[in-house]
Design a binder for this molecule. Structure first.
Ligand code: ZN
Length: 132
């Protein structure tokens, strides 16, 4: 009887572990999906910028420059392309930071001579202050 209880507990523990691993793999895959990047930009545009930013296509990329997590390219007056480096954004926090960084480039495009100038820094600080 006691052995059966131990086996049941062991089986339950194993099921919990397998379920946990499957859940985290699924979360990882969802984060890797191209739709997720697009969603992150649209979500930030909606919640923080009241949908005032232009449209942007957000894509995974392999950026060769080692310390380049992402890159924003202006296609025309009303549209941007954001490239997100796959290898330097392994965790959800990295990805969130990169999306916020590139979104601030869009929000402050051509406002300062330095793309990481005061307007950009204000934008980043305001987003960070707004986070729970
Ligand atoms: Zn930058």
């Amino acid at each position: 009887m006691r052995l059966r209880i131990h086996l049941a507990i062991a089986a339950l523990a194993l099921v919990t572990i397998v379920w946990g691993i499957r859940f985290s793999v699924a979360a990882q895959e969802r984060r890797r999906a191209p739709e997720f990047l697009q969603y992150k930009y649209q979500q930030l545009n909606r919640t923080f910028f009241a949908n005032s930013l232009p449209t942007a296509t957000v894509e995974w990329a392999e950026l060769s420059d080692a310390d380049n997590n992402g890159q924003t390219i202006r296609k025309n007056a009303q549209s941007f392309v954001v490239l997100v480096d796959r290898s330097s954004n392994p965790r959800a926090e990295d990805l969130q930071n990169t999306i916020e960084h590139q979104t601030c480039h869009i929000a402050t495009w051509a406002q300062d001579e330095d793309p990481h100038g005061l307007s950009f820094q204000d934008c980043m600080a305001a987003i960070k202050a707004d986070e729970p």
